[in-house]
Write a protein that binds this ligand. Structure first.
Ligand code: CP
Length: 308
């Protein structure tokens, strides 16, 4: 992991993931440390973000590093026509690591190939969101006490949802059973189903979860992403297919946790927020510790409270 970019979750082995989760726990125990005092991190968000940008920036600040960057590219020379290549090559000379979110699939890989410093993919279009996946794994491990042999329900926009694409690939290390619940127009793309077949991972596709929800250990809800639709009518047809409410959770397993990468729109009713099975705000909080672990791993640093 040291000095390496994190573009896809497949860049990290099962052992790498275990090390990130181990360090995330140490950062959760002691979030304020001085290990990044000589580091400057670039935070380049060409697409809107609340959690990913601010949790990364919080992670750097809590480790005594510094952040430069932008939350929308309109204030940069991109608006004058500067290319992504020139932008990345320039910012790599100012900083020690680049965190980048960009709407184009493959943009993070491209940036990693031209940058002289490591690039961390903070989401590239509908492709991948590996740091979200690592915080999701940390959240699953914390709530279930294990990652192996879980029934994982992925609900909502499985076509464009980069978080579910990355999570599916990472969880394939741990022998899950997946249930994909989506409107047919937002079904899991074939390439991900082929990936699961190649690993002999069981998956089932459904349009409704009411009859099977009692099997779920993790219910991972996602937003139907308006910004990914070229046809607004398609969005209107699919946007409110699933709305999770308390009544549907009554006979579910005691260990069930509801996760959501957030932001949500209508897919989880506000009443669920007070349900003991709701975990999405804790999940967002886990993003700081997990991103601290990712930064430490790439910089080749250990948490101060690491006795290993
Ligand atoms: N989960 C996530 O990526 O949220 P933001 O879009 O707010 O960063």
């Amino acid at each position: 992991m040291k000095n390496k970019s994190l573009v896809s979750i497949t860049d990290y082995s099962k052992e790498n993931i275990a090390e990130i989760l181990r360090m995330a726990k140490l950062f959760e125990e002691k979030p304020n440390q001085r290990i990044l005092e000589d580091k400057v991190v670039a935070s380049l968000f060409f697409e809107p973000s609340t959690r990913t940008r601010l949790s990364f920036e919080s992670a750097v600040n809590r480790l005594s590093g510094r952040v430069v960057g932008f939350s929308e590219s309109g204030s940069t020379s991109v608006s004058k026509g500067e290319s992504l290549k020139d932008t990345i090559k320039t910012i790599a000379t100012y900083t020690d690591l680049i965190v980048m979110r960009h709407p184009l699939e493959g943009s993070a890989k491209y940036a990693s190939e031209i940058s002289d410093v490591p690039v961390v993919n903070a989401g590239d279009g509908a492709n991948q969101h590996p740091t979200q996946t690592l915080l999701d794994l940390y959240s699953i491990y914390k709530t279930q006490g294990k990652l192996d042999n879980l029934n994982i329900f992925l609900v909502g926009d499985l076509k464009y949802g980069r978080t579910v694409h990355s999570l599916l690939m990472a969880m394939s290390n741990y022998n899950p059973t997946f249930h994909f619940i989506s409107h047919p127009r937002l079904a899991m793309p074939d390439e991900y189903k082929m990936f699961l077949n190649s690993k002999n991972i069981k998956f089932f596709e459904h349009e409704d979860f009411t009859e099977i929800i009692n099997q779920a250990d993790i219910m991972y809800m996602t937003r139907v992403q308006k910004e990914r639709f070229s046809d607004p009518i398609e969005y209107e047809k699919t946007k409110d297919t699933y709305v999770l409410k308390n009544d549907i959770l009554v006979n579910t397993k005691t260990n069930l946790k509801i996760l959501h990468p957030l932001p949500r729109v209508n897919e989880i009713s506000d009443e669920v927020d007070d349900n003991k099975k709701a975990y999405y705000f804790e999940q967002a909080k886990n993003g700081v510790y997990t991103r601290q672990a990712i930064l430490a791993a790439i910089f080749g640093l250990k948490p101060e409270n690491d006795i290993n």
